[in-house]
Design a protein around this ligand. Structure first.
Ligand code: AMW
Length: 169
């Protein structure tokens, strides 16, 4: 049964929640303070280097690299969580549209080897050319761009996660 499969998987290596205070995000270990939603098999975190205000990430708990690696139940949970998160960040960051994207594999711009959905609130005129957001997504976390000096502080990220958590209580 799918339910049995899922219960077993929860106890297996690779499951994203490493402890009560940390989550695995590919090669990264992120503090629970930056995670603002947890569901059965997914979690959502704020971004250390957002492309626009409110640019957040939704991930499966199980740390798998490619979208094809997800079990159908995980896909369903991931997209249900993404829909909830998208509604919240659009409202909270006064967006009027959303860009929702997965960079699935290195040639698509993926740098973190753990499936993640980018959710970005959009506003009129936020980019001179609307689709430039995809160029920005591709390059914002490339090596030369992704240096600690450009990351937000733990405190700023935790404060944003605290604000977003309130919508899910
Ligand atoms: W990819 O280019 O793999 O589609 O996107 C990775 C995303 O994860 C980027 O938006 C990047 O800023 C973000 N990111 C990477 N490491 C962390 C981290 N430790 N905490 C929060 N966001 C992160």
């Amino acid at each position: 049964m799918a339910g049995d499969w899922f219960c077993c998987k929860r106890r297996m290596k690779g499951f994203g929640s490493m402890s009560a205070s940390t989550f695995r995000f590919g090669q990264h270990v992120v503090k629970a303070s930056v995670v603002f939603l947890q569901t059965e098999s997914s979690f959502a975190l704020v971004n250390r280097k957002p492309v626009v205000p409110g640019h957040v990430l939704v991930c499966p708990r199980r740390s798998v690299e490619r979208f094809r690696d997800l079990h159908p139940e995980e896909v369903a949970d991931l997209f249900k969580a993404t829909q909830r998160v998208a509604n919240v960040v659009e409202q909270h960051f006064q967006g009027s549209s959303l860009t929702i994207a997965i960079q699935d594999g290195p040639e698509a711009g993926q740098t973190v080897k753990h499936v993640h959905v980018h959710v970005l609130p959009r506003r009129p005129g936020d980019f001179e050319k609307n689709d430039s957001i995809y160029d920005e997504l591709q390059k914002h976390d490339k090596e030369e761009e992704d240096i600690p000096a450009k990351w937000r502080s733990d405190e700023e990220m935790a404060a944003e996660a605290t604000d977003l958590k309130k919508y899910f209580n």
